[in-house]
Design a protein around this ligand. Sequence first.
Ligand code: 6CS
Ligand code: FE
Length: 297
Amino acid sequence: MTAVADNYPTRGRSECTSTIRRDPTVWGDARNGPLNKDEVAAYERNGFHSVETIVPPHDVFRLVDEMHRLAGADELRGDDRVVRENGTGDVRSVFDVHQLSPVVDEIVRRPEVVGMARQVLGSDVYIHQSRLNYKPGFSGGPFYWHSDFETWHAEDGMPTPRAASISIALTENYGYNGGLMIMPGSHKAWVSCPGETPENYYKESLVVDVPPTGSPDHAMLTRMANEYGIETMTGHAGSATLFDSNCMHGSNGNITPFSRSNLFIVFNSVENTLQEPFAAPAPRPSYLGSRDFTPVN
Ligand code: 6CS
Ligand code: FE
């Protein structure tokens, strides 16, 4: 495998640094797809685009049924794809849900879903990762500030941020039950993170409140929050947010009675397939970073 230039150095250092992202946010002319011209321009500027309704109510009910089925499935007992909250042991996330659920697999391939990713990434796409984040009422833990791309570059070997996530709300996403918070415009900064990636780091990073590496330090986060601000993605069940892989984002814990359950699908460009990890001892399992690059058709 020819060595790919590392334009996004991170980890293996003590300092947090910020430089300009070297790659575009929107690839190609983005003329074809569900977003109109103004929406594409806003996505390029902010790094995200929200949609009022991407899945009709009866399909939301089917996805919620699948969410409960997977959480209780005997065949997934002890499976690494099921990540549980520290303490309560409640299900925090289930990964690879497009492989585990034909309902999820059919919905994510709909043009109104995958078409948004193809449009902004300017190419065919494949599924890099899928997951349900349950964030149950009272016990749903936080997801600390991070750039997904920083993890996918360091630990999965993703060369450039030519990837995007679509978060589909399966329950009401209020401002107070742990909604996704994004710093608008932060996707245009490349923030390298201090620290080294331990062996099998994902076993820890997916559950702890503040992961030991893979997140900027307080000084950098304070500077970024003051520069970009913070927007919380709220919306009804069935709404969605498309967001760039390098947005600085996170979500608070949920102490309300109202769960904030979302389905996340990560689409990566077929021109951006995984190499060797850029800052980790070994690649993560395929349910976190798929190495099946078959385009979604
Ligand atoms: O490590 C990952 O790939 C996952 N972790 C977070 C906090 N966001 C992206 C992804 O689900
Ligand atoms: Fe994330």
